[in-house]
Design a binder for this molecule. Structure first.
Ligand SMILES: NC(=O)c1ccc[n+]([C@@H]2O[C@H](COP(=O)([O-])OP(=O)(O)OC[C@H]3O[C@@H](n4cnc5c(N)ncnc54)[C@H](OP(=O)(O)O)[C@@H]3O)[C@@H](O)[C@H]2O)c1
Length: 190
């Protein structure tokens, strides 16, 4: 079932890009097969399941794999959204705790709104803040982010600094909720 869901989601993306004259080889499958065939494995699932999802595929990760954690743990109460600090300190560190030692983790993309990224007509001028303990792996993710027009990647230091990156996102949502005309906000540091 999951393989079919992955295939069908990939077909949607392929078709959407084909409508704009862009041919791609985006493909989808189940998590274990995707992990086994990938250099970059993004734990793009709700924060509470990020560590479990990576743990479930840990034996499928290749020697070259880099795990990327974009998840943000948030709770909402009467005043707005708040960072909901995981026991490990951040979601990225929770993911790192279940990932094989030889596989580097990079924390990135938490402050990019899906609405901004999926609006293919929108001109982006946004930062992707990256943290991690493996300089080479961070470099790969920086390059990947900067392949997207309008994105600049900034290094925030080791993975232990991920909570500070993750906790920017509830602020962005609170700003969007409280200010007319603002939605899908991101950050640009100057
Ligand atoms: N959306 C944003 O603007 C944004 C911005 C920055 C960071 N993020 C972070 O990126 C991550 C993904 O966000 P999203 O908006 O794409 O979330 P989402 O739509 O809620 O979920 C993404 C995927 O997670 C899978 N999933 C749901 N429950 C799961 C579970 N229990 N175990 C394993 N996989 C599960 C879903 O699979 P199925 O399709 O099979 O249900 C779906 O494909 C989140 O951690 C979020 O904090 C999101």
């Amino acid at each position: 079932m999951y393989k079919r869901q992955g295939e069908s989601r990939a077909a949607d993306y392929r078709n959407r890009l084909a409508d704009r004259g862009i041919d791609t080889d985006i493909s989808g499958t189940d998590n274990a097969s995707a992990a086994a065939g990938s250099r970059i494995v993004v734990a793009g699932v709700p924060p509470a399941y990020a560590a479990d999802t990576i743990e479930a595929v840990r034996d499928d990760l290749t020697e070259e794999a880099i795990v990327v954690s974009p998840a943000v743990a948030m709770a909402r109460n009467g005043t707005g959204f708040h960072y909901d600090t995981p026991e490990a300190g951040s979601v990225a560190e929770a993911v790192a705790a279940v990932t094989p030692d030889e596989v580097p983790i990079v924390s990135a993309f938490q402050n990019l709104a899906a609405g901004a990224l999926t609006d293919l007509d929108r001109e982006l001028a946004l930062d992707v803040v990256v943290s991690g303990d493996d300089a080479d792996a961070k470099g790969v993710v920086v390059e990947l982010a900067e392949e997207i027009d309008g994105l600049r990647a900034l290094d925030a230091g080791p993975l232990a600094n991920s909570a500070e990156i993750e906790s920017i996102t509830p602020l962005l949502i609170n700003l969007a909720m409280n200010n007319d005309g603002m939605h899908d906000l991101g950050v640009r540091f100057q």
